[in-house]
Design a protein around this ligand. Structure first.
Ligand SMILES: Cc1ncc(COP(=O)(O)O)c(C=O)c1O
Length: 467
């Protein structure tokens, strides 16, 4: 069996995808003839993504008009590529960037590649769900006061779980100090098209906004978009960096699926988003009957919330996130986007169906009836680790593996994260804390994916050698 056989078997199965890509394999909404028939390169009439003059230029102009950006750049290597380019476009080696600690690994890769000096801020934590909430303007202001010279600020909004920050207020602070605001809106490409969802950062004062089209819209995997939304950043700097980080052979299939989505949004956004919003209303109304599992709702967040992320906490119940995801898969044929120690997350989109939402809700209600309350077993601490060495230096130092049990107090040589969500718990150069190491070891034992650079966690951790 090769990979295509495996994909065909998955597509033919009765599994409902509560995960990305956002097209949900819904071939009523999106379709394409045999992809081999359309897969071409730069030939007469197909234009060039990096020097667009014709069809790809009008594709990007249509996108800019849809979202309200100055320029929009379609990306074929995800928000990861867009964030690398955005960060390198605004900060030179040695400059300081302020990063919300719950940013995706690609932001940290941007720091390492660019030889930047990061300072971190820890977003507020929602105590009863133990997840990161919004970044506040007060936190950003305090960081500028403590670290004069911050060149750029990177925050994630919405978070994987759907929590948005007050981008307008944060942008005012960032601009007051002469810096640039990059918003990682990887999980928010669908924002701005309906009042039922928070507005997009594109229209709220950010300078660069990066979105994964493939996560929340009906677009092929890897397709993303970078919006330049102010003149504080030059279009030329972005173009230069997109060429550095992007493939020189961008896939026309990916770009075509993005452009088809722009057409769909231009013509049918009202109908699609009102149906989507009505499904979500029904889901949230039905989930009120859950007695043990808890759905994160707008009422739990002080800031705007994207209801399209269905974050279901099983914290303090007799099931953990890994087991809940397994039961949903095996007994109800639903594949979730993410499982954590104490939650599962469904990623939904306009391409979902009534049947999908109904199946998930009835499965959760049925499982909930079999659960009881139990003491919470494992909680991660959100304290910021101590940075002993800059990440770009630590990443290149000689490393050696030590057992996870012995590693506490040593300087980490690799980026360690649970995947998903891909948010680093330790970054190269940080002092390894016992409590967090234990949390990660426990998560790995539960069957969740915890990865470092070499793939040996939790047996060993790469630490920086002193000599
Ligand atoms: C917050 C966040 N930013 C960026 C990315 C990277 O997006 P992509 O997979 O499109 O490269 C992810 C991926 O999960 C993410 O969760």
């Amino acid at each position: 069996m090769d990979l295509q056989d495996r994909l065909e078997a998955y597509a033919a199965s009765d599994i409902y995808p509560m995960h990305m890509p956002g097209h949900k394999r819904n071939t009523t909404l999106c379709s394409m003839p045999n992809p081999y028939a359309l897969d071409v390169t730069e030939v007469e009439g197909t234009d060039n993504l990096y020097e667009p003059e014709e069809i790809l230029r009008s594709m990007q102009q249509r996108a800019a008009a849809l979202w309200g950006a100055l320029d929009s750049f379609v990306l074929i290597n995800g928000s990861s590529g867009g964030l690398l380019a955005a960060i390198r476009a605004v900060a030179a080696p040695g400059e300081t960037v302020l990063i919300a600690r719950n940013c995706h690994q690609s932001v940290y890769h941007g720091v390492m590649v660019g030889g930047l000096c990061p300072v971190y801020l820890q977003p507020e934590v929602l105590p009863s769900f133990q997840i990161c909430g919004a970044v506040t303007k007060e936190q950003v202001k305090a960081a500028f006061l403590a670290h004069p010279g911050i060149r750029a600020v990177v925050i994630t909004s919405p978070t994987y779980e759907g929590i948005c920050s007050d981008i307008g207020a944060i942008a005012d602070v960032v601009h007051h100090y002469g810096a640039v605001l990059i918003v990682d809106e990887a999980h928010g490409a669908h924002l701005g098209f309906s009042d039922a969802f928070p507005p997009s950062a594109v229209r709220l004062g950010a300078d660069i906004v990066v979105q994964s089209l493939h996560k929340n819209l009906p677009v092929f995997t890897q397709c993303a978009i970078l919006h330049r939304t102010s003149d504080r950043v030059s279009s030329a700097a972005i173009r230069r960096n997109l060429r550095i980080f992007g493939s020189s052979s961008p896939s026309y299939l990916l770009m075509a699926s993005a452009d088809r989505c722009f057409t769909l949004l231009s013509k049918q956004k009202d109908a699609l988003f009102s149906a989507y919003s009505a499904w979500l209303d029904r889901f949230y109304a039905g989930a009120v009957s859950l007695r043990h599992l808890r759905l994160l709702t707008p009422a739990d967040c002080a800031s705007p919330f994207d209801r399209g992320k269905l974050y279901i906490s099983c914290r303090g119940t007799s099931i953990d996130g890994a087991a809940l995801a397994k039961r949903l898969r095996e007994d109800y044929r639903i594949e979730m986007e993410m499982a954590t120690v104490d939650a599962v997350l469904a990623m939904t989109s306009i391409a979902d169906t009534d049947e999908g939402f109904d199946r998930l809700l009835s499965a959760l209600l049925e499982i909930d009836r079999t659960l009881h309350t139990e003491p919470v077993q494992n909680t991660i601490s959100f304290t910021l680790p101590e940075m002993a060495v800059a990440p770009s230096v630590a990443e290149r130092m000689p490393h050696e593996p030590v057992s996870a049990e012995e590693a506490a107090g040593m300087v980490c040589g690799e980026l360690i994260r649970m995947y998903p969500p891909g948010i680093p718990v330790f970054v190269p150069g940080e002092v390894l804390e016992r409590e967090k190491l234990c949390y990660l070891q426990d998560a790995a034992k539960r069957g969740l994916t915890v990865i470092g650079s070499e793939g040996n966690f939790p047996q060993t951790v790469l630490i920086c050698k002193n000599d």
